[in-house]
Write a protein that binds this ligand. Structure first.
Ligand SMILES: Cc1cc2nc3c(=O)[nH]c(=O)nc-3n(C[C@H](O)[C@H](O)[C@H](O)COP(=O)(O)O)c2cc1C
Length: 357
């Protein structure tokens, strides 16, 4: 059971009695705060070593490329996990032990010591959490507290049981501790998942846990990860000056000039693709209604094949031959010639679809 109520007391009060090294781990002190609730933990399950837990689904975010896994007894690592999840708006999953964490700190220290010794002999304590697939994730964040200098045991079990699914994945480790370093746990993770690609880690201690949000933000920035990094994000890029024009089986790309007409056109395309029914006019152009008026920036122009023109503010024109008139330049189709335009647009009417690139 999570100890939200203890969180502040732990952050403020936690001290570590010995500096410790990776060999000789420190024994942290926990304040003798009363445990809330007491007794509603699910302690009854026992260590179901032989049972594989049923796969669970992470709590989904809108960004399906990242998964944040965490285990946490008193909420510190969970807060780090939450900060990553909210920053990236991604999936989140808690890795829970089959037997709930001990409320009693001394009991938990002893249990952790035994479980870590068991892991060194290949006996991984059972966990409740397993996932069917990690295929969809580009980056998996793995968070845990440091216990006796090591990665907390439930996460070691999770990595052990999911090593094959994590092969080739980019893994970003994050951890919290009183003061002990993250280094031993990084070696443990590498040994547990030898085929994963480990990236820069984040480690917060009792003196830095009060600035979780800023530490997470700069870490994610260093990793080059952010909401805007999401390829699955279908938000159109309004900074682009490129559109595509699809006619039948041919798709042209075009480069827009920058004026209030093209900015309004891009806003229109940001709402969705625009399909225009065009007819041939004067053996020099295809012209069709946009369906709304855009700002005009008319000037005297002699067109070339491939020029995109706004006519009278509400008609979209593709020129395939020269014409001189006062109208608004929108842009030009890349690599256009009279021949390749006519091959795609035909000699009569044609329907084209405009999209932001
Ligand atoms: C069993 C156990 C062992 C711990 N061992 C260490 C340790 O070796 N070094 C350390 O600095 N902190 C140690 N701590 C303190 C935790 O790493 C620290 O409080 C951490 O932030 C707890 O994270 P959590 O709130 O996500 O459970 C230990 C805590 C527990 C419960």
């Amino acid at each position: 059971m999570k100890k939200y109520f203890l969180l502040l007391a732990l952050l403020v009060g936690m001290t570590v009695s010995a500096c410790g090294t990776d060999d000789e781990t420190p024994i942290p002190q926990e304040p003798s705060t009363e445990q809330p609730g007491g007794g509603d933990d699910d302690n009854g399950g026992g260590n179901d070593d032989d049972e594989t837990p049923d796969p669970v689904k992470p709590t989904p975010g809108t960004n399906g490329r990242y998964l944040v896994l965490f285990t946490s007894r008193t909420g510190n690592t969970e807060r780090m996990a939450e900060a990553i999840r909210t920053t990236l708006d991604c999936d989140l999953l808690e890795v829970e032990p089959a037997v709930a964490f001990d409320d009693d700190y001394q009991g938990m220290l002893e249990r952790a010591r035994e479980e870590l010794a068991g892991i060194r002999n290949g006996n991984y304590p059972a966990i409740k959490t397993s996932v069917e697939s990690l295929d969809d994730y580009d980056v998996v964040f793995v968070g845990y507290p440091i216990w006796h200098g090591s990665m907390a045991t439930p996460m070691q079990t999770f990595l052990h049981e999911h090593a094959a699914k994590l092969a080739g994945k980019r893994i970003a480790l994050f951890a919290s501790s009183g003061s002990s370093p993250i280094s031993t746990s990084v070696s443990e993770a590498r040994a547990l998942c030898p085929d994963a690609d480990f990236t820069e880690t984040l480690h917060l201690t009792s003196s830095t846990l009060s600035q979780i949000q800023s530490h997470i933000a700069s870490w994610l920035e260093r990793l080059g990860l952010g909401k805007e990094d999401d390829d699955n994000n279908n938000e159109p890029d309004m900074n682009t000056n490129r559109i595509s024009i699809k006619a039948g089986s041919t798709t042209f790309t075009a480069t827009l000039v920058d004026n209030s007409s093209t900015r309004a056109l891009k806003e229109l395309l940001a709402e969705g693709d625009l399909t225009i029914s065009m007819s041939d006019y004067g053996n020099m152009e295809k012209v069709g209604p946009i369906g709304r008026s855009l700002p005009r920036n008319d000037e005297n122009i002699t067109t070339q094949a491939g020029d995109l023109i706004l006519y009278q503010g509400n008609s979209f024109v593709i020129y395939y031959a020269p014409n001189t008139w006062s109208f608004t330049r929108l842009g030009h189709i890349d690599g256009a010639t009279r021949e390749n335009l006519l091959a795609a647009l035909g000699s009569g009417s044609v329907t084209v679809t405009l999209s932001l690139e």
